[in-house]
Design a protein around this ligand. Structure first.
Ligand code: PLP
Length: 440
């Protein structure tokens, strides 16, 4: 065991990790592009974008420079009663990219808080207007929205929060209608789900403060895809009951699904949108919740009581803003979306091949994301297929984070054809080797 790992084992508590049984962590010395460079000289191909945050690859020099420049100028400043160029400019740029009625950018510092802020805004939006009966939230079954309390409540069915169940606020979960490549049952499945949603809305529509969903792809819930038609159908129904729609684009935002935001392809314009992971291209923890003018105006009044009394120490951190601005420039300079869609086309051809293997089911791809389910129905996060596949990929020099029996690749836009071929070959080989575990 390396000296660093020994020290780590004495003082660190790692996230999402069973510390008793997990193998020792791998010491990383540096990272560049698609690669992690380990202390012992090994190179790891990062096909998980280091927990889905990385957009252009690791340590892009343009972003590193932008942060350096900003740090020498002004590292952090209180954002109540003060403002600064990086925060205003990033907000302007984001609003140029987002659909119209979205017009107000609220900064925070991770995906969970972006969701927490959206839920609190929706909740208070009603209360500021005297509608105290809007007392529950609606969310999608299998959705994941982060690890703080509100986020856990709306993501309760993702299966991560057992011990906290009795602490979570009231949420009614709506059926999700999944789809995949070559699926012929989608519209029938959607019709059933929409009928059930109609029934829920009849009962609870008037008491719902907001509806939250991940557009087109449920990430941590198992890379479940739905068709744009389905999401549109659900959101149109929310409008009928005047229920604000929150789109959680924390994972799908910033090109992940091949357009800047998944809502573009879905054709849905939300009242609130949550962005984080890709916002600084993986450099710094930052998030935004963007609201429509209508939501914003409900907080205007003559007393403090009406205002959105929420904020974080590092709200609108200038370094994060500088990273975000540099990343958005890279989208143009390096034609990031084109690159992502190029990876996607090749992924689709690969999925068509591997889904001929016994037990490899539900192939699905969007943008740079490609996923399959091993052995039919999605299992749970703790399914041992996931950890076996992950370990086998790591032995071959590739980082992946399967979720139970859902295997996926999520490369950064800078991945070359050669790197992607290598990644797909390793994946094919490992899935073949692990087949006795899932192909029955
Ligand atoms: C990761 C994720 C979150 C939570 O973000 P954190 O930065 O991990 O708190 C919320 N929503 C979605 C869709 C996510 O993928």
């Amino acid at each position: 065991m390396s000296e660093l790992v020994e020290r780590d084992r004495k003082v660190i508590w790692h996230p999402f990790t069973q510390e008793k049984t997990a193998p020792p962590p791998l010491p990383v010395k540096s990272a560049r592009g698609t690669r992690l460079f380990l202390e012992d000289g090994r190179e790891i191909l990062d096909m998980a974008c280091s927990w889905w945050v990385n957009v252009h690859g690791h340590a892009h020099p343009k972003i590193a420079k932008a942060i350096h420049r900003q740090a020498a100028e002004m590292e952090q400043v209180i954002f109540a009663g003060f403002t600064h160029e990086p925060a205003v400019r990033l907000a302007e740029k984001l609003l140029e990219l987002l659909p119209r009625p979205l017009s107000r950018v609220f900064y925070s510092d991770n995906g969970s808080t972006a969701v927490e802020v959206a839920l609190k805004m929706a909740w208070q939006y009603w209360r500021n207007q005297g509608h105290n009966g809007r007392r529950i939230f609606l969310a999608m079954q299998g959705g994941y929205h982060g690890d703080t309390f509100g986020a856990m409540a709306v993501g309760r069915t993702s299966g991560y929060y057992g011990p906290f169940d009795e602490l979570l606020c009231e949420v009614v979960h709506l059926p999700f209608a999944p789809t995949w490549d070559g699926d012929t049952g989608a519209s029938a499945r959607e019709a059933v789900a929409l009928r059930q949603i109609d029934a829920v809305l009849k009962r609870h529509g008037a008491e719902a403060a907001a509806f939250i969903a991940e557009p087109l792809v449920q990430g941590a819930g198992g890379m479940n895809f739905c068709r744009p038609e389905f999401l549109r159908g659900v959101c149109e129904r929310m409008r009928e009951y005047e229920i604000p729609v929150i789109l959680d684009e924390v994972m799908t935002g910033f090109g992940r699904t091949g357009t800047m935001f998944a809502m573009e392809r879905a054709g849905v314009t939300p009242d609130l949108v949550c962005l984080s992971k890709g916002l600084t291209a993986g450099f710094l923890p930052m998030a935004v919740t963007v609201a429509t003018e209508r939501i914003y105006e409900a907080f205007l009044g003559d007393t403090f009581y009406n205002c959105f009394s929420h904020g974080h120490s590092f709200t609108a951190n200038p370094l994060g803003c500088a990273a975000g601005l540099a990343s958005l420039e890279l989208f143009e300079e390096e034609r990031t979306l084109e690159r992502i869609n190029h990876i996607g086309e090749q992924n689709r051809a690969w999925l068509a091949e591997i889904s001929k293997m016994p037990g490899v089911t539900r192939p699905r791809a969007l943008g740079s994301l490609a996923a399959v389910t091993l052995g039919g129905e999605a299992g749970d996060y703790h399914d041992e297929i996931g950890s076996t596949v992950r370990a086998k990929c790591l032995e071959r020099g590739m980082l992946v984070r399967p979720m139970g029996n859902v295997f996926y690749l999520m490369p950064p836009a800078c991945a070359t054809d050669e790197e992607m071929n290598r990644a797909r070959n390793i994946a094919t080989e490992v899935l073949r080797e692990a087949a006795p575990m899932y192909a029955k």
